[in-house]
Design a protein around this ligand. Structure first.
Ligand code: FAD
Ligand code: PYC
Length: 417
């Protein structure tokens, strides 16, 4: 694998940047693999990377119906944090956050992780009580989170309006200083490059159209738009289309798929130093390195696979943002887009074996799985390699919905309802 360093950059610059290797190959699918991962989003690619790197399983294909990173991985607002309420979730998201902290070095690829702080604003007494509870729960788990008064919020993020007479007064906020953002494409590309270099085949434009099972019920392979691929292990990381893919193996999951939208403004000089989340009014804001304000909205109220959302959802978000940050009224919006998110009843993911031998699923990340990418990929790889869950993902089973052992994180982002 070619190494990226200041020196290699300098050398290539002298040569007019000719001679860089392609970051990953574009192989034809082989007849058989030890493991096939469905979906080349960040989660699928991270899983393949850790399968190869940590478990020595390199005869792996990642099959993607579109282009690598073209699903929710390339569509999200890139917010990273681990301030979830319950112990199980805190362990999972903190595992991911710790991996983010060393990811650029591990991949030798700059994923631009920027721990600039995530501030969650409280606009009513319920928010105050809920976020304070999160602060205490997080600190008991050794996770940084602190309560800021209204004035401290303003000091941390000077663009905020804390004046009187607002429809959404800022009563304080919960700040996770280690939270922040990363460059989503770079995350997909970095994992793809690392997996490819270890022998993993990444096969784009290859849709999984069926999951073949043998007489005993176990997985035998996947039918794809580029032919049948034999394998005894299939890991599904297909986000908003997980229920469609799993249905092809005869497995029903408690998932609903919704459109979720984001938009960016024209680029401006640095004006917004942190990430602000306002769960109550569904507004999620940060400034990208290019200078655009990156803005996330809420989900549509109806289920859909259309990958575009309703206009009134974004106008509601912009309405609220103009009140929260009045100077943004002068910004023009450049682009908006949607993704399809897979939401579980308790708003926590499923990372587990399934009732079908050889079939594994990593899904239900809904509106919040980008932050989990390294951690989810890591424990999903473990689950597939060892045919048993890692202790961190052991609680995130499908059976919890049958047994009532829910991990109710509905308040964690509030995007998903
Ligand atoms: P994806 O990147 O969607 O990858 C799944 C892949 O599977 C896709 O590329 C798809 O083409 C492929 N696929 C599907 N069906 C098939 C098939 N039959 N055959 C082959 N391939 C198939 N999370 C956060 O933590 N922070 C945020 O700020 C945040 N903001 C968001 C904002 C928006 C607008 C959206 C849409 C999501 C947001 N999320 C956020 C959620 C986050 O993006 C997702 O949870 C995460 O990216 C899921 O990653 P993934 O790799 O599982 O999915
Ligand atoms: O989970 O932090 C999050 C998030 C913010 C916007 C969408 N999801």
């Amino acid at each position: 694998m070619q190494n990226y360093s200041a020196l290699s950059l300098f050398r290539r610059a002298l040569g007019g940047h000719a001679g860089w290797q392609r970051q990953w190959r574009s192989p034809e699918p082989k007849a058989e693999y030890d493991v096939v991962i469905v979906g080349a989003g960040g989660h699928g690619l991270a899983c393949a990377y850790y399968l190869a790197k940590q478990h020595g399983i390199t005869n792996v294909a990642v099959v993607e119906r579109g282009w690598l990173g073209g699903g929710n991985t390339g569509r999200n607002t890139t917010i990273i944090r681990s301030n979830y309420l319950f112990d199980e979730s805190a362990a999972l998201y903190e595992h991911a956050l710790k991996l983010w902290e060393g990811l650029s070095q591990d991949l030798n690829y700059n994923v631009m992780y920027s721990p600039r702080g995530v501030l969650m604003l409280a606009h009513n007494i319920h928010d105050v009580q809920s976020f304070r509870r999160h602060v205490h729960a997080n600190r008991l788990n050794g996770i940084d989170n602190e309560w800021l008064t209204t004035e401290e919020c303003k000091e941390f993020c000077p663009a905020l309006n804390i004046g009187s007479g607002m429809r959404y007064p800022i009563l304080g906020g919960a700040l996770q200083r280690r939270g922040g953002t990363a460059r989503h494409d770079a995350v997909a590309w970095g994992y793809a490059r690392g997996a490819d270099a270890r022998g993993v085949d990444i096969i784009e434009n290859c849709e999984v159209t069926g999951i073949r099972r043998g007489p005993g019920g176990a997985v035998e392979g996947v039918e794809t738009s580029r032919g049948f691929i034999r394998t005894k292990k299939v890991g599904v990381s297909a986000a908003g289309h997980t229920s469609v893919v799993m249905d092809r193996a005869g497995v029903r999951l408690p998932l609903e798929s919704y459109p979720l939208q984001a938009l960016v403004s024209e680029p401006v000089k640095p004006a917004f130093p942190c990430v602000v989340m306002s769960n109550t009014i569904h507004a999620y804001i940060s400034q990208s390195d290019k200078g655009e304000m990156v803005i996330g909205a809420g989900t549509d109220a109806y289920t859909s696979y259309s990958q575009r959302g309703a206009l009134h959802i974004t106008t509601h978000t912009l309405d609220a943002i103009c009140e929260l940050v009045p100077m943004f009224r002068r910004l023009r919006m450049l682009r908006n887009w949607g993704g399809i998110v897979d939401v579980t009843p308790d708003r926590s993911p499923i990372i587990a074996k399934t009732p079908v031998p050889g079939l594994y699923v990593n899904c239900g990340w809904g509106t919040g799985g980008f932050k989990a990418t390294p951690g989810a990929g890591h424990v999903f790889a473990w689950t597939i390699a060892r045919d048993e869950p890692h202790p961190i993902n052991a609680p995130f089973t499908i059976e919890r919905f049958r047994d009532g052992v829910l991990i109710d994180e509905a308040a964690a982002a509030a995007v998903a309802h």
